[in-house]
Design a binder for this molecule. Structure first.
Ligand SMILES: Cc1ncc(COP(=O)(O)O)c(C=O)c1O
Length: 466
């Protein structure tokens, strides 16, 4: 007789103790586990999550890392996944599956200037695939011979694997993990609030973009194959470049036959009030990587999407006359799971049907307006954002922009949480500069819920600094 286990059942004290004994949490100082019980989340509906002790929170982070776009508790995603799993749960990406084909079609409908979709499981991997495409192209394409290096910005994050981390600029995130992979070249960020060239917008020549050419020339244009950026820098502090920035960067890339990669892992799927983050700019990326919001994180899925001309380079490898190796030589076991594609199809349907990109734009503008009001507190140095993706930078001195201390920032975050709101922050990314609180709620958030979030932040500022 078949026995059934109810995996949803649990004993609270046993789970809390087992959390301490067995589970290695991400991004948390280990000492914390000894001192205090960690939150165990057990239920979610809409924007609300409940912890194992029964306390409810309004989650302004879409699951901690900005990815649950359609909110919690969407039965239709669970139902679609269940039906697909029963019919065909898996086959490796060497064959097609119906949901993979349908979702690839959907992505290309959303990206009319791109042509081929390669699936994997995480943002890091989607970026690794992009780098591998560039490296392999630098060996098999006569016009791209030797162009294997990849440039990245010093405040951007592209992932946790050693390759993706080699292309990540955040010094504190990278600390202790070197040596990194050869062939990655850093260039300065494009954030006006802490301009790397000490300029003021309106009174500058967009040096942040133009000076990238100097770095390319110094490094050797014939060695550089790709340049990767987040359209709007996420974990690096919610940094949106000025409108002139990407057109200039793209022109430089085209001049030297460098592929422009847009890492849409965070910005994609409506986060910034347009379907893609790069749509805020006049720019036409050659490769786009994405993850997080694809399936609203109900399932793990990522993709690397390229232009036809890139795909076509792999059709003919002149060094391989037998044509045995004329394909992108990569494989990913879980790139063939069908449940994530199904979850992605249903999540994207919800985003479209419920007009959630428009909600991100409208309620995002309201969120920014309300956060702007926090400038009444001296510790608020800057407020910035686009759509439902906003940040507040905290400083001790507005004139010299000295950041608040790590301890103050931790206390501030604790005081927001104590009021029943989960907000995010730059977390161990930059020495001394982890001072940005960020907000990226699910795209279903209402103006009333925004008011709840902002009033919790105001209360926390008063408790922490006054
Ligand atoms: C912009 C960006 N790219 C890539 C990644 C890596 O994605 P993953 O954690 O799914 O590997 C992240 C993760 O936060 C990210 O923010």
């Amino acid at each position: 007789m078949e026995t059934k286990t109810d995996w949803l059942a649990y004993d609270t004290e046993e789970i809390v103790n087992a959390d301490k004994d067995c589970l290695w949490h991400h991004l948390k100082p280990h000492k914390l586990f000894e001192k205090q019980e960690q939150m165990v989340v057990v239920e979610g509906k809409g924007l609300m999550v409940k912890d194992i002790r029964g306390k409810e929170y309004l989650d302004a982070t879409s699951g901690g890392v900005w990815s649950v776009m359609v909110g919690y508790g969407r039965d239709s995603i669970a139902d679609a996944v269940c039906a697909q799993m029963k019919k065909m749960p898996y086959f490796a990406g060497v064959f097609g599956t119906v949901p993979a084909i349908k979702f690839a079609q959907k992505l290309l409908e959303k990206l009319p200037r791109l042509d081929k979709v390669y699936f994997s499981n995480s943002g890091s991997e989607a970026n690794e695939k992009a780098y591998k495409i560039i490296r392999q192209a630098s060996r098999i394409s006569p016009e791209r011979k030797g162009k294997y290096k990849i440039m990245y910005r010093d405040r951007d994050y592209h992932g946790t694997t050693i390759g993706a981390m080699s292309s990540t600029g955040q010094a504190q995130r990278k600390q202790d993990f070197g040596p990194f992979v050869e062939g990655f070249v850093e260039f300065p960020h494009a954030a006006c609030y802490r301009c790397p060239y000490d300029k003021t917008y309106g009174d500058c020549s967009i040096e942040c973009a133009r000076k990238v050419e100097d770095i390319i020339l110094k490094e050797g244009p014939d060695t550089i194959g790709g340049l990767t950026v987040e359209p709007i820098t996420a974990g690096g502090g919610i940094l949106k470049p000025v409108k002139e920035y990407y057109p200039i960067l793209q022109e430089i890339c085209r001049k030297y036959n460098i592929w422009l990669i847009m890492d849409e892992v965070v910005c994609g799927f409506g986060r910034t009030g347009k379907f893609w983050g790069h749509e805020h700019f006049d720019v036409d990326p050659d490769i786009i990587t994405m993850a997080k919001g694809l399936a609203s994180s109900y399932e793990a899925l990522s993709a690397t999407v390229v232009k036809q001309e890139i795909y076509d380079l792999f059709l003919n490898d002149p060094a391989d006359p037998d044509a045995r190796l004329n394909y992108f030589r990569d494989i990913s076991t879980y790139g063939g799971c069908t449940a994530p594609m199904t979850a992605a199809l249903e999540s994207t349907r919800i985003i479209e049907e419920e007009n959630l990109v428009e909600n991100s734009k409208v309620v995002g503008a309201y969120l920014l307006e309300k956060l702007e009001e926090l400038r009444r507190y001296d510790v608020v140095g800057d407020v910035r954002g686009q759509g439902l993706f906003c940040g507040v930078e905290f400083v001790l001195d507005r004139t010299n922009k000295e950041p608040v201390t790590e301890a103050q920032m931790a206390a501030l975050m604790g005081n927001v949480l104590a009021q029943g709101v989960i907000a995010g922050r730059t977390n161990s990314s930059f020495h001394g500069l982890n001072n940005v609180m960020n907000f990226a709620p699910s795209l279903i958030i209402t103006k009333e819920q925004v008011d709840t979030v902002v009033s919790a932040v105001a209360g926390a500022i008063e408790k922490t600094f006054q």
